[in-house]
Design a protein. Structure first.
Length: 319
């Protein structure tokens, strides 16, 4: 029978929980940095099992974020397609300039061979599924355009895939190794079919997602410009401001909020980078497009729980 690996902070002293959690996340998920939004209390639980080559993990924890930098991705030996499917709470996955937010009943995915960020802004209970990337690839499926998209889960093949992932995880303790391997192969096939369906859709929803991707691509290229306004984006993409706002209607962030978040995350990456330790914080903020330093400091603290200076010192101290 397939027995899960269990990790829990319950038996640890409160001061030991956050550093131990970071170590577990790093080792279990193949090299991930994490932070707790500046919270000083934390508890978390990981239960993981294998269905052949597919790894299924139930993760229950207070709010937290995980980050995989380009350098971490380059050091990884194996590439996986990773799926997050919440039972409770929500999750925001960002990769390649796209971001998808999912809640219970839906799922999204990302490629561990590239950099990404996963935000869990509230207490979460998620199913995390890791499939070998080579098993999902096919000649007629371009995965890079499907990452950080909401794959669905409400109906159709994506719902079948979600139900199969959940039921497989729950029944693994009662399966033989051969049965678990077969279940893993079925999950891989259903995920591949879900992605083929997602790639072939031309509905109004996917047209909205395509516009959103164009907007975020433009924002990423011009992020350093303080004059990057919604008016400027609309003019550059030859569309109305209303259409731009509608493209972000289903997201956790508005368009303006997305621009601010991307700027903050650019600053976070720079402040984490030991090679950038000598740069002044003012210069880092200005190069990311902030033109009001008091505003930058305020929203940076809201985003990370630290002042920019304290964040850099804490990040450099960990490396």
């Amino acid at each position: 029978m397939v027995q899960p690996t269990q990790l829990s902070t319950d038996d640890l002293a409160p001061r030991e929980r956050a550093p131990q959690w970071r170590e577990w996340v790093w080792s279990h998920f193949g090299g991930l940095d994490s932070d707790l939004y500046g919270d000083t209390t934390f508890d978390g639980h990981i239960a993981a099992a294998r269905a052949g080559d597919v790894v299924l993990t139930r993760l229950e924890a207070n709010r937290h974020r995980v980050l995989r930098t380009p350098e971490m991705a380059r050091k990884s030996e194996a590439g996986y397609i990773k799926i997050v499917a919440p039972w409770q709470g929500n999750a925001g996955v960002e990769q390649a300039g796209r971001q998808a937010w999912v809640r219970p009943g839906s799922w999204t995915l990302y490629d561990t061979s590239g950099s990404y960020t996963v935000s869990n802004p509230e207490r979460s209970n998620h199913l995390i599924v890791m499939l070998p990337k080579a098993a999902v690839l096919s000649r007629d499926l371009r995965l890079e355009h499907l990452m950080a998209r909401q794959a669905g889960g409400q109906n159709g093949i994506s719902r079948v895939a979600l139900d199969t992932m959940r039921s497989t995880y729950q029944e693994l303790p009662h399966m033989s190794a051969d049965a678990a391997r077969g279940a893993g192969e079925l999950i891989t096939q259903l995920v591949r079919l879900s992605l083929q369906e997602l790639a072939g859709q031309t509905s109004a929803t996917t047209q909205q997602m395509a516009l959103r991707d164009r907007v975020l691509d433009f924002v990423a290229q011009h992020l350093h410009e303080p004059g990057l306004t919604i008016e400027r984006i609309a003019q550059a993409l030859n569309c109305s401001k209303r259409l731009l706002h509608n493209a972000f209607a289903g997201d956790e962030d508005t368009l303006a909020g997305s621009i601010q978040r991307l700027r903050l995350e650019a600053c976070v990456r720079t402040l984490r980078d030991p090679a950038q330790h000598g740069r002044a914080i003012t210069e880092i903020a200005l190069s990311a497009g902030f033109n009001n330093l008091s505003h930058f400091s305020r929203v940076f603290r809201q985003h990370t729980g630290f002042s920019p200076r304290d964040f850099r010192e804490a990040s450099q101290g960990k490396s």
